[in-house]
Ligand binder design. Sequence first.
Ligand code: PHE
Ligand code: ZN
Length: 877
Amino acid sequence: MRDESGAVIRLEDYRPTDYLIDRTELDIRLDRHATRVRATLHLRANAAGRPSAPLVLDGDELRLISLAIDGRPAAPDAYEASPERLVIHAPPASPFTLTIETEIDPTANTKLMGLYRSGSAYCTQCEAEGFRRITYFLDRPDVLSVFTTRIEADRDEAPVLLGNGNPVKAGDAGGGRHYAVWHDPFPKPCYLFAIVGGRLDKVADTFTTMSGRRVDIAVYVEPGKAGDAAYALDALKRSMAWDERVFGREYDLDVFNVVAVSDFNMGAMENKGLNIFNDKYVLASPETATDTDYANIEAIIAHEYFHNWTGNRITCRDWFQLCLKEGLTVFRDQEFSADQRSRAVKRIADVRVLRSQQFAEDSGPLAHPVRPRQYREINNFYTATVYEKGAEVIRMLRTLIGEEAFRRGMDLYFDRYDGTAATIEQFLSCFAEASGRDLGHFALWYEQAGTPTVTARGHYDPAAKVYRLTLTQATPPTPGQLEKSPQVIPISLGLVGASGADIPLSPPATEGHAPGVFVLDGPSATLTFTDVPEKPVPSLLRGFSAPVRLEIDLEEEDLLVLFRHDSDPFNQWQSAQTVATRAILRAVAGDKRAADHRMADALRHFLAMRAASDPAFAAQVLALPTEADIAREIGHDVDPDAVHHARRLVKAEIGAALGDELAELYGRLTTREPYTPDAAGAGRRALRNACLDLLAAGRPAEGEAFALHQFRDADNMTDRFAALSVLSHLPGTARETALAEFAERFRDNALVLDKWFSLQAMIPETGTLERVRGLMSHPAFSMGNPNRVRSLIGSFAMGNLTQFNRPDGAGYEFLADIVIALDARNPQVAARLLTAFRTWKMLEPGRRALAEKALRRVAETPGLSPDVADISGRSLS
Ligand code: PHE
Ligand code: ZN
């Protein structure tokens, strides 16, 4: 095991390497236990580095078999090899070659980094630092090399052999073995390296690029599953066309392959020309995948494909720049999905994720800037802050400079930095140049952690017909950053009149910005609007124009005006959420009738007007804020049980008040049309299932009957699982019977059983911890498979507020046990699970003490991985 738990890596210490590796030739002979890797590295001194420095190559759990320098066996005193390093004391004059032979055991690789086995296949995962588990290398993203890879394997065991780039040669290797040679002409860092070998089925097609080149595209899956890969292949084609149309980006190789594997630490990986996916984000059929699964597949296929330009053609200089590729690529996939589906609904869904993940992270001990300045373990920085807040920063940039300048800036970036490893400064310089603006202050979004709060206070002067809006900003301290400076916050806004129409704005915007865009860049500012004929209701942060918390003293009536009339659908939804949040907060404070009739009336009116025309949006409106949303709103001394009961009370009140409408709408949305995963169908199902969920809260007996019928009658997973999910909240035999039927029906489908594990882990009842323990010995469960662990244990720890936070601390102790046990096997997944404690400091004192105790027990365990040591250490700081 690598022991670097003490080493802090700092951005300011960056320096170029002393050597570069222009070309890398690999010969990989696959074997289950003893895979031989021969790497020939063509090196030269880097002009930007130190002359005649020793050459230090990274390794991780490697065994050196042989070493040659310029083709001759290296003398024993010329080098020093350990599992984690190969040092050449005095490299020869430049250029020179090293031929390194290592032996690795893919079967023993339970960390799923480097070369490992998934099912009966061989596959690799190299980001961030996995390539060093295959051979010794300068394993850092600013070393770009042209790779040629020969893969050899048993023909029976691995008839399919895939690598990066284009296939150049294949043939027989004797003794039942065969080989394939792949060449990738584009220089790339080793984290983008990949190979796959195995017995795999495929679905294939071709894509003709905008300049008329034909690309062979394929999705590879485990034998027998090709039928479930069609949607992913279709999403890939749409992604390729979209990137041409919207960003002018064309694909650059002759082939593009996607491989689905069942053991994968993350969602998917953008290896050049050979994306490797968690099969959860590839495989889909109407019977086994929900509408949400389809949408995720579409988004992640697009995300990895878009990395080909934002990440691969232009990569990161160092891992501090991770958001350069991730924030930008998330922004691109969000835009793609918005274009494929409903833009408003997509924005709402993205903001829900941002708030639940990133705001939670940003308000606790794990808060860090979009571009961190230091890390101990880079694996722990693939976070909602780098990804989701990183995407918000790009979105704000576009709002601030306008769509045209944004596109010019992107073109400039692709032009200028193609083939390089770039920084955030270089990226921003392109937009500064394209827009003629100084983005120096804006860049603070990359440096400063924490979620700013914007407070708005409005005042209307009827005599002068002037409306004044005073905006102030403040960002709470975060670890290592106690003092915060004001940031550049774009606030899209409108003033809504009593009729519901927008009042024309005078001035229309902060000078130089698009209509409705006002920029708050100091601690506070007052906007003065003239010719305002009536007292307006301000609609602020339209489209969620900045990742901030907004505090505004609107009356319930004002919020309902926005809910009914706002021309911005995001704020329509937001105002309904705010009304519901307030009701739940009142219930937390002990108000027994928290949801007043105005809210039910407004929802009734809304459903009558919009349910038919915009069901997907209506479903979002009907979904109450989550328990975690409410807990964050409270912010300190949170009692999760009180939050749960309050939310349940309000949900029951609304469900009861709207019972007739919900039942009627539910019936009206019931169709016998065959399932298709398109947005229109998905919207109708989402609304129908939202009705069922609310109805079951208000009228449990009726809801249970509807749900049971829907559960048995459904012809698709969306409806079946939504029904099961409703039943899961209604204790009794109907629930247990349905759960048993579901498990029996899908007993051979691990991905579907993951849903079943997850649902049970989230039941908000005291018996759940015992249920989860019991499910750990279910034959389909395995601690070795990240998807299983996340669906059962992750759902319990991250998705079950009351039971993870049991007042007796048993939830915490359980998670601590799991993390300690899993750490020895798969540190990345263990560390990720442990982030369930990221909000422990906002709990009431009793739970806080118990959470701290469990965290300490983890932190004090001897022999922890750097991953878990880092998360436990920072969580306690
Ligand atoms: N780079 C991958 C993505 O976001 C995520 C990933 C990181 C996958 C590290 C595996 C390991 O697309
Ligand atoms: Zn990514």
